[in-house]
Design a protein around this ligand. Structure first.
Ligand code: NAP
Length: 267
């Protein structure tokens, strides 16, 4: 098995990475930074975002596994003291011999950012946000090439189902099960009064739909793609749609999404 490990950099995560390498060597795994089959993220959900973007060009060819060294995560569900069990599962040794992992596939959001100076494409695991730097964002939102609304407010959050438990949740979006191939558009503090009007509630777009966000004034904007921030002052528009490709997570034991929601938010 070709593997790679990324950690958060704190002492416990670094120690676990070293332990993982030792156990992996004993089982004949090969450390491969270029073309791993499995990428293990040790830290938290934020670490998984880094791992995802590190291997963004190889997403269809690998699967991720997350170990958390802080609190239970949505992408990081193995505990620090379960490292040996995890690696036994990965190698199919001990009581887990012959057991194959189930690959769970989650939808992603595809973005095309059009600036006066050119176009770039990105993929988000959690979400894309567009926020104002100097003041109120003014943006026209089209759905499937038809004008939907003129947005005024702090910003817009476009999330994946697995990202629905992150920023999206903080702005009142719904939790979406990752088996649903959809993206969610949620407003961040929209202005609503007799003159300015937006839908005022989050909405879900299915896979075959798209939305375009057009900048409608000269404005400095902050775009975020997961943990990546981009400052921009010449945005024309952003097209958002459910990506063709999906991300795979290796599941060696069941941990249903709703159980994770309950354990993470309700205790
Ligand atoms: P950060 O500000 O250091 O951490 C943000 C928090 O979001 C961490 O507690 C992280 O969990 C958690 N998180 C990440 N993905 C999640 C998911 N899918 N479901 C539930 N919680 C999740 O930033 P970061 O570590 O670089 O992560 C960037 C992410 O932070 C963004 O994608 C965005 O979703 C989130 N964020 C949220 C808010 C907000 O809620 N107001 C504001 C800014 C950014 P761990 O502790 O396990 O890493």
């Amino acid at each position: 098995m070709r593997y790679y490990v990324l950690d958060r950099g704190d002492p416990l995560s670094v120690e676990l990475t070293q332990q993982f390498h030792k156990l992996a060597e004993q089982r004949g795994f090969v450390l491969d930074a270029e073309s791993p089959e499995i990428v293990v993220s040790i830290g938290g959900d934020g670490t998984m975002l880094h791992a995802f973007h590190t291997f963004i060009d190889r997403i269809p060819d690998l699967a991720f596994v997350g170990v958390h060294t802080g609190h239970l995560g949505f992408y990081a569900d193995w505990k620090a003291d379960e490292l040996t069990e995890l690696i036994d599962h990965m190698s199919g040794e001990g009581e887990h011999s012959g057991m194959k992992p189930r690959l769970v596939k989650y939808p992603l959001v595809q973005l095309e950012i059009h600036k006066k100076s050119g176009t770039s494409s990105y993929i988000a695991l959690n979400e894309f946000t567009l926020k104002g730097v100097d003041g109120t964002v003014v943006a026209q939102i089209d759905i499937n090439d038809v004008t939907f609304e003129m947005f005024r407010g702090d910003g817009i959050c476009v999330s994946t189902p697995s990202g629905s438990t992150a920023y999206n949740k903080s702005v009142g979006g719904a939790m979406v099960h990752p088996s649903i191939d959809a993206l969610q558009i949620a407003e961040i503090a929209s202005i609503n009064n007799r003159i300015f009007r937006t839908l005022g509630s989050p909405l879900l777009l299915p896979k075959h739909h798209h939305c375009d966000i057009f900048s409608r004034k000269e404005q400095r904007l902050l775009l975020t793609i997961d943990h990546v921030n981009i400052s921009i002052d010449d945005l024309v528009s952003v097209r958002c749609q459910v990506a063709e490709q999906q991300v795979s997570f290796a599941r060696y034991r069941p941990f249903p999404f709703w159980n994770r929601v309950r354990d993470a938010f309700l205790g």
